[in-house]
Design a protein around this ligand. Structure first.
Ligand SMILES: [Zn+2]
Length: 488
């Protein structure tokens, strides 16, 4: 670690030790510190261009992590490490896509009339986006095949690649599986396994067909593999000559649960340039308050939110205001109130802003596997992901112990922010940061605001979509819930 980094961290630790924190006698008093306008401002800062969309590993994320550590210090939270302060480092390779161009060469028009192939220029961020873990590459007039869900699992009797030659071609496929309820397909729905499968079959790249294109950093750079995403509307234009549509193909795949793969008569001109840093470092940002019971204070309740977003690529900023500067500001607000609390709950409470969620839960997985001293056990994990849109909240809670849900409902008694509660299912490939804790047997609760969350992973996920009131309501609920759960 570089010298200036350590110097900076020491300053934060000193600030944390000597900064006089405000005191409040009870939760009702401390809760007043949570103000929608302040949480909105925190959210706005996180989503600002200076943090470059908070892609873990990238300089913008690191700068943002230091800024958040400064807030913990300012409010009197305890750092997790005497040297590293509020930051927990972990390996975080990352990539940034700098440029990309896609043209699709359509089959010749009606025979005998116009034999010149039509060229369809795809519009960036509307028709297509590279997957941002793409290697650099260029393909000219590359052939393409449609491969259903892009799954090759003959061991369970399902293979979208059966009878298909993917070598030197692009593989078009949907995200999903033949049956969402069937666990045996789950592992094949993970982006990384889908990419490895295609690469193993000799493909140039996956062409994911999504309803609308969105940014996705959840994967590893594979050499000479250039995956991208195209919209269903754009795909329909490519399929038209064959008499197919995305809607029909998806309906058939789901209805018959059998592969439906075929070569496409279109060709792809595609060029993409990316910058890869295999030595990137990601950070979790964590501060805590010490429990009041000497026998229980090494047990801890974790309040977490992912701090990372998808970065800035191709001249576009993906600000991640709702996903998940909003959840991060909720955790920061709860931390500020908890630090001010005169009488602390029995157990300690850790407030964690995780890195690398968008890249596959990397920060939370690292944190769950490297619980800082002096904690011996996580008694519960409360997760906040996408809390900024709408006016009410929902929560999914582990079935056991039953008193976890009761404690959360008690915390919601005075304000009634929650309008939906359900049992938290075991996490699949779409889980958030509670997943690594859940898999260790820790009781978990996952909170969300009621949306509509329509600019998910797009440049449109800006601060202008955020409602300060729902941030404050959920932060108050988070703070009260932390107090209740840490006292169980
Ligand atoms: Zn998220």
């Amino acid at each position: 670690m570089k010298g200036y980094c350590l110097k900076w961290m020491s300053c934060v630790v000193l600030l944390a030790l000597f900064c006089p924190a405000m005191r409040a006698d009870d939760p009702a008093e401390a809760e007043k510190l949570i103000q929608g306008s302040e949480l909105y401002d925190l959210c706005k800062t996180m989503a600002a261009p200076e943090f470059s969309g908070r892609l873990s590993g990238d300089a913008g994320y690191t700068k943002a992590a230091r800024w958040a550590a400064g807030r913990f210090a300012e409010w009197g939270l305890r750092p997790i490490d005497t040297r590293a302060g509020f930051l927990q480092a972990y390996p975080s390779p990352y990539s940034v896509v700098e440029s990309a161009e896609l043209t699709v060469i359509l089959p010749a028009a009606a025979e005998g009339k116009d034999t010149a192939p039509a060229r369809l220029q795809a519009e960036l961020a509307k028709d297509f986006l590279p997957l941002v873990f793409s290697d650099s590459g260029e393909a000219r007039a590359a052939a393409a095949v449609f491969c259903g869900w892009g799954i090759s699992a003959p061991e369970i009797g399902y293979d979208d690649y059966a009878g298909i030659d993917a070598r030197g071609r692009f593989v078009l496929c949907f995200r999903g599986t033949p049956d969402a309820k069937e666990n045996r397909y789950q592992v094949h729905d993970e982006h990384r396994s889908r990419m490895r499968t295609a690469k193993g079959k000799g493909a140039l790249g996956i062409v994911y067909i999504y309803d609308t294109v969105q940014i996705n950093p959840n994967g590893d750079v594979l050499a000479a593999f250039t995956p991208l995403m195209i919209s269903e509307a754009f795909t329909d234009r490519l399929l038209k000559a064959e008499g197919f549509s995305c809607g029909q193909l998806k309906r058939d795949l789901l209805a018959y649960r059998r592969p439906l793969s075929f070569p496409l008569p279109v060709r792809f001109d595609y060029r993409v340039k990316s910058r890869v840093d295999a030595a990137g470092i990601g950070y979790n940002v964590a501060g805590w308050i010490e429990g009041s019971d000497p026998g229980l204070r090494r047990e801890v309740v974790v309040l977490g939110a992912h701090f990372d977003a998808c970065g800035a690529h191709l001249g576009l900023l993906f600000p991640g205001a709702d996903d998940n500067a909003s959840g991060s500001s909720v955790v920061l607000g709860a931390a500020k109130a908890a630090a001010a609390l005169g009488v602390k709950p029995k157990r300690s409470v850790l407030f964690v802003l995780f890195g690398g969620e968008e890249k596959g839960l990397q920060g939370s997985t690292w944190f769950a596997g490297h619980l800082p001293e002096p904690f011996t056990r996580v008694t519960a994990m409360l997760n906040f992901d996408m809390e900024g849109e709408g006016d009410r909240a929902g929560v999914a809670v582990s079935a056991l112990p039953e008193n976890l849900k009761e404690a959360i409902l008690r915390a919601d008694d005075s304000r009634k922010t929650l309008t939906a509660t359900r049992v938290l299912d075991p996490p699949g490939v779409r889980g958030s940061d509670f997943a690594p804790f859940f898999l260790q047997g820790v009781p978990c609760a996952a909170f969300w605001s009621n949306g509509p969350h329509i600019e998910y992973h797009s440049p449109g996920d800006t601060i202008y979509r955020i409602n300060p009131d729902i941030l404050a309501d959920i932060a108050r609920l988070a703070f009260r819930a932390a107090c209740q759960v840490a006292d169980l």
